[in-house]
Design a protein around this ligand. Sequence first.
Ligand code: M6R
Length: 605
Amino acid sequence: MCGIVGVSGRADACEVLVEGLRRLEYRGYDSAGVCGAGLDGAMAGERAAGKVSALAAKLAARGGLAGMSGIAHTRWATHGAAEERNAHPHRAGRVALVHNGIIENHAALKAELMAAGRTFQSDTDSEVVAHLFDAALDVHADPHDAWRAVVGRLQGAFALAAVSESAPGLVFGARKAAPLLAALGNGTGYIASDAMALPEDAATIIYLEDGDTVVAGPGSADVRDAQGRPAQRKQAAGPGVFGRVDKGPFRHFMEKEIHEQPEVVGRTLAAYLDLAGGAVNLPAAVDFAAMNRLLIVGCGTAAYAGMVARYWFESLAGLPTEVDIASEFRYRDPAFAKGDAALFISQSGETADTLEALRLCKAAGLITIALTNTPHSTMAREADIVLPTLAGPEIGVASTKAFTCQLAALAVAAGAQRERMDAQAVQAAIADLSAAPRLMGEALNLRQGVDALALDLARSDIVLFLGRNSLYPLALEGALKLKEISYIHAEGYAAGELKHGPIALIEEGVAVIVLAPMDALFDKTRSSIEQVRARGARVIAVADPEAAAALDGQSALTFVTPAAGRLAAPIVMAVAVQLIAYLTAVHKGTDVDQPRNLAKSVTVE
Ligand code: M6R
């Protein structure tokens, strides 16, 4: 989604800003822009539709931008097409401004500003804020007062950054229901929507809270709360040079992240399992034994991780569990009962709908748990309990290693405290899970075979994924992965649901990928295979060795994943569906890490 960088107090401000935009590219965007401001306040900017490289080329053609401070932005279009005139920064009089989010009362504000004689250049909701700030600078002697007056008039969700000719060297920021942080280092002040955008010398990060405004100067950050009082906010060390991530020998971040999984899943498991002592180490505050019902909420892949976990929580722990996608949950007036607790799954910890669902549950008095890959995220700060996943930064828009780390942590959590399993069953579950990293490593060897299939799939118009039990959500995840990055129409179904409609899609040659482990439901899965095969489908099975042998001749192609227990099976088979999606997208030549229209972190509704 949109990205913001602001800098104050560096002679190379423009270069730092553009480099920050490059580091934010993974978030997904469709235009970019920058504005530099000199010590005398004089401002100059450039904007471009498309990639940051297009902006950089325009800047190079004009010999760069001078300035000791400035702001920059990558835009993911909400109001107005992805064109240069809608790209940020927006200029109004003495002001340049960038915005993430949506200004809900923009129409009323625009009408008021137009009545006062102001004219608009873009179709965005953001431009009104630039005009409001310019107008407020006429009224307030102190620019921070002017800025706070503007922010107080805005409704909706926003992160903002602005510079003004009237306040040379200062960068103004504000945050409400959208991420924004300030940072300090080496005589410089920074503002950013994501710590990834910060340069190495940003030694201290200051996490702004909703309602905060900030004015960053060279080496300073004046943070005020919603009432205008000076505010001390949580601080952390900046990412530094070790926080940087690159692709290493891989072509794409997604490819690298798929291959990192044995290591990061192992690391996540080690955080929750004492393998030597055969014990589970959950934070003391987590008490699944005290819960009567667990509500799991997330979006996209995170919600699918929750769906897999539902099978585990219910069958291993006997804990009634419901899973909801956050955008539905938060608006459906959910009914709560005594003993309910809520678990929110989010790689970024910033997804707008999941965050609001968390706030809703907290306000209703539920214990809230955030399972997140981003320890300083808003969800991590606001939840009662945090369960970290240790996947490391995930840059590819299509989630891979965050998903399998979520599964690993959820598998440990399920049943850990409910005493439904005897000591032997606990040891068996721990052994099952502990094997997952090694088995994922073996599953990566499928790559060569999958590549040949991917060449064919790249020419398909439709691909179906089928699974049962905890592999049903993995069928949904496989289809999501494929459609996200290859743009092929893919759907996932519970295999038993086929006859209730989806089987009408089957005709000669349609690819049906069936997740078929040798489990208690194998015979039913095999009969689904027969039903689609009888109608001309090309069946591709993802099966463990025993299931592969039993399927002999029934699938056109079988990828044999290593034998795994019931907890490890979805984690291991995830590698196969990720490789299928990744290699198909590579054959199609799509932008794998930044697929069209998608954002890594969906911070607006
Ligand atoms: O950061 P989150 O885990 O909250 O993100 C949730 C979804 O937006 C995310 O999983 C999305 O579905 C991915 N692009 C899937 O690959």
